[in-house]
Design a protein around this ligand. Structure first.
Ligand code: PBG
Length: 329
């Protein structure tokens, strides 16, 4: 019960001094709360700026160790790898996803060889970095096929698990894929490979800078509304999570982040499962550009990230994760 009455109770009393404000803080951020996304690209000795995302870069594999080493030193628990695939390697079936010599596979092996289990590796399971149409699955007359896509995703998951990926993160939104991926992982000796399901992924405008970062933006035909969720819905989000838990998801993702704090809170309260939230590229770019222009001050970043914690997220995927020491205040 919340009680108290003015004037014997004055909430401003405990806000008066800095030490007192620190004493009553209810939420805080530590490096354990973050997952760092890393964009990778073919070639040599490149750190390529991404126009749509200030201070975020694509790295060639010879520079990857340096980035991962920094993440380990900063005590981040996990990195998420995202490949920028050359146009000539894309086709309508996204078959590069199953090439054991593709960028992601090489990156996983490199990190595992050098850093063992000092840091977790998470990889997306979806075809959009590899398809010439930019969709997450196989396309037939503009519609993304469900069961046919899952067959490819199972193989993509197995391949990434074989390479040493610790956490598979299906971000494709096909129905039933978690159960089928779990089953094939178990059957093939990958019982301990974790699944972080992007259970709740809304069809959102906030992904656009990311599509530019992975090179799928100009390619995408139409939109992703026939598989990603309608942002008007929240009951449906809970049904998605319930299904994925039954199918074997270890953790779930809510994405985007800040516009969906109500969903994070609902999922946490209802299911008591580890909930990750993705502060997506559009959220990042809006904040960073506004700060760079002097429209708002940089404490807005801490304010936004704390909001994720307040709502109940266990961890946050954030493009700020490698600069927390300079940002959090
Ligand atoms: C693709 C994928 C997307 C993001 C992560 N994985 C984009 C999309 O679905 O179009 C977005 C991440 C971001 O915006 O930061 N499966």
């Amino acid at each position: 019960m919340i009680t108290g009455k003015f004037p014997s109770l004055r909430l401003r009393r405990s806000r008066k001094r800095d030490w007192s404000r620190r004493l009553i803080q209810e939420n805080n951020l530590t490096p354990n709360d973050f997952i760092l996304p890393i964009f990778i690209i073919d070639g040599k000795n490149k750190k390529q700026p991404i126009k749509s995302m200030p201070d975020v870069y694509r790295y060639t594999l010879d520079k990857l160790s340096f980035v991962v080493d920094k993440a380990i030193k900063k005590k981040l628990p996990m990195v998420a790898l995202f490949p920028h695939t050359e146009l000539r390697k894309k086709n309508s079936l996204g078959s590069e996803a199953l090439n054991e010599d593709n960028l992601v596979c090489r990156a996983i092996q490199l990190i595992k060889k050098k850093f063992k289990n000092e840091i977790g590796i998470m990889c997306d399971v979806a075809l959009d970095p590899y398809t010439s149409h930019g969709h997450d699955g196989l396309l037939s007359s503009g519609y993304v096929l469900n069961d046919e896509t899952i067959n490819v995703l199972i193989n993509q998951s197995l391949l990434q698990a074989q390479m040493g990926c610790d956490v598979l993160a299906p971000s494709d939104m096909m129905d039933g894929r978690i159960g089928m991926i779990r089953k094939s992982l178990d059957k093939n000796g990958y019982k301990m490979t974790q699944i972080l399901s992007y259970a709740i992924k809304y069809a959102s405008s906030f992904y656009e800078p990311f599509r530019n970062a992975v090179g799928s933006r100009g390619l995408l035909k139409g939109n992703k509304k026939n598989y990603q969720m309608d942002f008007r819905n929240s009951d449906e989000a809970l049904r998605e999570v319930a299904l994925d838990i039954n199918e074997g998801a270890d953790m779930v993702m809510v994405k985007p982040g800040l516009p969906y704090l109500d969903i994070i809170k609902l999922v946490k309260e209802k299911f008591k499962i580890p909930v990750m939230a993705y502060q997506v590229s559009g959220e990042y770019s809006l904040l960073s550009n506004a700060i760079n222009k002097g429209l708002i001050n940089k404490q807005a970043i801490t304010e936004s990230l704390i909001a994720f914690k307040r709502s109940g997220a266990n961890a946050i995927v954030s493009y700020y994760a490698d600069r927390l020491d300079k940002i959090l205040e």
